[in-house]
Design a protein around this ligand. Structure first.
Ligand code: PEP
Length: 255
């Protein structure tokens, strides 16, 4: 992390976990544990838990995010949620392009780009996920692939709107597998993303961009990952479902 240049953010991605009742219990446990955090703290919860999460976190340092939104403002898109539906509820963040959406729900770089633009236009801060599959890493194309995903996702996003973007580097082979990228591997790809953003915009914009690592980050490995200069936080799946574990990662990012 380089806190002189940019904000560290730890975000939990709850995925399809927690009913409203469970959300209340987890957030109530989390609030006192992260209240003194010296980093941004975000919980990205299922759509059905958003209202509960927004109400419970009012007046705290925890921000609430959704895990996706559609790119159209309204219309015949059964089962979808628009960006303005989220902002009207008090939601401030949204995860876009998570690898599970890309793998299981037909998300492409092109639709990620449309969602990113719709979300920032509505005033949301986007946590944009990029990352390679194991086969890409084995073929030695990680840097090119992640640079391409970044470039396409940010197409048409102005320099001003870039301040509403966080990029999460999430190697797909490390998500939910218990296999973490080494701190050097994570830093190397985060640096590639930053260099890509510098080429697209400029050095000031790239230096100010928060780039998270995600992929089996936990209380045990967070400090080492976060000690790297280009790793500005984490997007946390499994470990965000237990308040003490998530709080320990927040504490590591607060040092
Ligand atoms: C994620 O869902 O973005 C993630 C990184 O999951 P996990 O921490 O469980 O690997």
């Amino acid at each position: 992390m380089n806190k002189q240049l940019r904000k560290a953010v730890i975000a939990g991605n709850w995925k399809m976990n927690n009913t409203r009742f469970e959300t209340k219990a987890l957030i109530e446990e989390l609030i006192p544990k992260v209240k003194d955090a010296d980093c941004g703290v975000v919980v990205c919860v299922p759509f059905t838990d958003l209202e509960t999460a927004v109400n419970l976190t009012k007046g705290t340092n925890i921000k609430v995010g959704a895990q996706n939104c559609h790119f159209e403002a309204k219309g015949a898109f059964t089962g979808e949620i628009s960006a303005s539906m989220l902002t009207e509820m008090g939601v401030e963040y949204v995860v876009i392009g998570h690898s599970e959406r890309r793998q299981y729900f037909g998300e492409t770089d092109a639709t990620v780009n449309k969602r990113v633009k719709a979300a920032v236009d509505a005033g949301l801060t986007v946590i944009l996920c990029v990352g390679e599959m194991l086969v890409d890493r084995e073929n030695g194309v990680t840097d090119e692939l992640v640079a391409m995903q970044t470039k396409i996702a940010l197409g048409g996003v102005s320099k001003e709107k870039l301040s509403q973007i966080i990029i999460a580097y999430e190697p797909v082979w490390a998500i939910g597998t218990g296999k973490t990228a080494t701190a050097d591997q994570a830093n190397e790809v985060c640096a590639v993303i930053r260099a890509t953003v510098e080429k697209l915009y400029d050095k000031v914009a790239a230096d100010a961009l928060t780039i998270q690592y995600g992929g089996s980050m936990n209380a045990g490995n967070a400090a080492e990952l976060l000690s790297k200069p280009d790793v500005d936080g984490g997007l946390i799946g499994g470990a965000s479902l237990k308040a003490p574990d998530f709080a320990a990662i927040v504490e590591a990012a607060s040092k």
